[in-house]
Design a protein around this ligand. Structure first.
Ligand code: FDA
Length: 384
């Protein structure tokens, strides 16, 4: 059949692009190999979908071109998406740090997107393999269907067991678009042998300030049997490169707290001072790592200050990440240099668009990635 647009991928970006184009009068076909649309939306935010963030700003996104996101985020904002959510009567709440979640279930967001597609007369064809893509005389052919516009919305390879693939990169290659090497992001980090101590306290979480390069995040970290996880670590993982270190500050105002402990309990050891503020087993692991064995009362203030410094800059050299199997998103992807920031259309291939996670744009944890899916999807949908 002949359509105005074929959209590859029925995730958040593809569905909103389809609804936007369809409601503007375009005949739209969405193809997906999954049996269900919006599968990642359904599992997102612990089943409640953290669908956007009140603090959306360009600096909360990673890309080779930091300016690329600005236009799409401005043309379709978090408030625009929230208005859509409200128009569908979906109750929502702010959980923390500007993160907006459904009160009920993530399925409400998928149902909303499907309803928007229905209103736009969009045809969604699931359980369909995308075979070869033909391109002739300004038209794209997928199977027996053709259209002058093709939107690549197949996401990135994170969580392959949910049907995620790197197909977007193969399509980019077919059409001569460069790809920024993809890598797992928002992903737990693994630690090697010399950090064993911390593996032994797996399951313990504590608030930290995590740092990599010149970026820091103040959230919880979780020690796991493989290494480090929790929101602060997931955030910092997007900025971490193999071979680099990350630093954790596990105790705010550590110097004052240690000096106070020395006054209050001079016969106690470092572990007891730390246990006043941190989980017991973490206090024990930290005291062992720092290796200060004398009673607090016998420690010169200089030693206390050095210990405090260590506690505010605990350095780890991760051996790697837990990979795409555990990565919430994929960083890298179709090079933004190849795309118009206003429409997401490929500069060298008229009618070819790329949106969502397939593109070299990665948001912070907390609703930023969905907002990118919505904003970039709408940008393409409006341009078709
Ligand atoms: P998405 O991956 O959603 O959709 C791509 C579609 O293409 C899929 O339907 C897939 O089946 C299809 N596809 C892929 N390859 C194909 C092929 N070869 N042939 C045919 N179809 C193909 N973000 C956020 O902002 N808030 C949150 O709460 C969460 N929570 C969260 C939890 C978990 C566990 C994960 C894994 C991820 C999140 N995210 C998130 C990230 C968020 O899910 C992600 O950024 C968006 O889903 C990206 O939307 P896209 O539409 O670009 O890709």
């Amino acid at each position: 059949m002949i359509y105005d647009a074929i959209i590859l991928g029925a995730g958040g970006a593809g569905l909103l692009a389809a609804a936007t184009a369809g409601q503007a009068g375009a005949r739209v076909l969405v193809l997906d190999h999954a049996a269900e649309a919006g599968k990642k939306i359904l599992i997102s935010g612990g089943g409640r979908c953290n669908f956007t963030n009140m603090g959306i700003a360009p600096q909360c996104f990673l890309s080779e071109n930091a300016h690329f996101v600005k236009s799409a985020l401005k043309r379709y904002t978090q408030w625009d998406f929230l208005a859509l959510v409200e128009a569908h009567g979906i109750a929502w709440h702010e959980k923390t740090l500007g993160q907006l979640f459904c009160d009920g279930s993530a399925r409400q967001i998928v149902d909303m997107l499907k309803e928007e597609c229905r209103r736009g007369g969009v045809e969604i064809r699931l359980s369909t393999q995308i075979g070869e893509i033909g391109h002739r005389d300004g038209g794209f052919t997928v199977g027996r269907d053709t259209a002058p516009n093709l939107v690549v919305a197949t996401g990135g390879p994170s969580i392959p067991k949910m049907g995620a693939t790197g197909r977007a990169y193969a399509i980019a290659e077919q059409f001569g678009l460069t790809v920024v090497p993809p890598r797992p992001a928002l992903v737990p980090l693994t630690l090697g042998g010399e950090e064993r101590l911390f593996k032994e306290i797996s399951g313990i979480a504590c608030p930290v300030v995590a740092r990599a390069k010149d970026v820091s995040f103040e959230e919880a970290a979780l020690f796991t049997h493989k290494g480090l996880s929790g929101p602060a670590i997931l955030q910092i993982s997007s900025y971490w490169s193999p071979g680099e270190t990350i630093a954790l500050s596990v105790l705010a105002d550590a110097a004052e707290k240690l000096r106070a402990a020395k006054r209050k309990m001079p016969r106690a050891h470092l572990k007891a001072a730390l246990a006043e503020h941190l989980p017991n087993r973490l206090a024990e692991a930290l005291a062992a790592r720092i290796g200060v064995t004398a009673e607090l009362g016998a420690l010169p203030d200089r030693t206390l200050d050095e210990t405090a410094e260590t506690l505010t800059r605990l350095t780890f050299r991760p051996t790697g990440t837990e990979g795409y199997a555990k990565a919430e998103v994929t960083a890298g992807g179709i090079d933004t240099a190849a795309l118009s920031s206003k429409t997401m259309e490929a500069r060298t291939v008229p009618g070819l668009y790329a949106v969502g996670e397939a593109v070299d744009v990665t948001g912070w944890l907390g609703g930023y990635n969905f907002q990118w899916a919505w904003s970039s999807g709408v940008a393409a949908g409006r341009a078709i």
